[in-house]
Design a protein around this ligand. Structure first.
Ligand code: ADP
Ligand code: MG
Length: 266
């Protein structure tokens, strides 16, 4: 059964979507079967992996509302990962879900029928702590929190962790916190390192290494429909995400260092 990772932070622009596509591509390179789930109505993940959200007939919205099974909507991307894509319709889904019993479990239940076909599922959460992010956290084994190091970043982490604790108490007792992933990192400034040390001490949360440095390569990738692992194969950013993918695989116990890839790469 797949290990499900939610990538969440209610702040926009902290590299949630970039981290999902890059980690997904890196896990896929290692030979794992990877499903990415776009839970953001802005559909940036879907777009950045080469699909036009405005032209999609079927999307995660139909799946969350129980109209279609996930298997029918999932599509293959050029980077080798599968994708459960989003469209702007997902914005309306939020309101419909709110009126439903068991609304927090819609994604978990929808994924149940496909989860055995994957080794990893990565969920790209929207920039809010609403019902969609709660669905992502409820379906997940672990959450990763991308964090841009700036003054007051820690406040967002505190609010997110409060939500994580609510989810652990009410809908998903097994949810773990993998840690904070420093993104858009500028290692030259002492400020970045101070913010990370503060967040780690304040919330007793792991800071994952290596940090993902700020690089123009990331801004270029989404327009090409491929992740940075394809567009800038040997860049520092791509290598950093590969290091995180290996660490995740190893921690989960399906690591290439232990068991070898589950499936041959493309
Ligand atoms: P989120 O999903 O949290 O809103 P995105 O992944 O969409 O964030 O990233 C926001 C913007 O920052 C995008 O334009 C993306 O290309 C860019 N970006 C992400 N990571 C980096 C990085 N390491 N260096 C430079 N730009 C980045
Ligand atoms: Mg995003």
């Amino acid at each position: 059964m797949a290990h499900v990772l939610a990538v969440a932070n209610q702040k926009g622009g902290v590299a949630k979507t970039t981290s999902v596509s890059s980690l997904g591509a890196a896990l896929s390179e290692l030979g794992y079967r990877v499903l990415l789930v776009d839970l953001d109505p802005q559909a940036c993940l879907t777009f950045s992996l080469g699909l036009d959200p405005d032209a999609l007939e079927l999307s995660v919205h139909d799946v969350l509302l129980g109209r279609l099974s996930a298997g029918i909507v999932i599509t293959r991307t050029s980077d080798g990962m599968d994708l459960l894509p989003a469209t702007i319709e997902l914005a309306g889904c939020e309101a419909v879900l709110l009126s439903r019993t068991g609304r927090e479990h819609a994604l978990r239940l929808a994924l149940a029928e496909v989860i055995d076909a994957y080794d990893f599922v990565l969920v790209d959460c929207p920039p809010s702590l609403g019902v969609l992010t709660i669905n992502g956290l409820t379906a997940a084994d672990e959450v990763i929190v991308p964090l841009q190091c700036e003054t007051l970043s820690h406040r967002g982490v505190g609010q997110l962790l409060d939500t994580v604790h609510d989810v652990q108490r009410l809908t998903n007792p097994g949810l773990g916190v993998r840690g904070v992933l420093p993104t858009l990192f500028d290692g030259r400034t002492a400020h970045c390192r101070a913010v990370l040390a503060d967040v780690s001490a304040r919330y007793d949360i792991a800071v994952l290494t290596p940090p993902i440095a700020r690089s123009v390569r990331f801004a270029e990738a989404p327009g090409t429909g491929r992740s940075i692992l394809s567009t800038a194969r040997r860049s520092k950013g791509a290598e950093a995400y590969r290091a995180h993918a290996r660490a995740i695989a190893e921690a989960v116990g399906t690591g290439p260092l232990k068991a070898g890839p589950i499936k041959a790469g493309p």
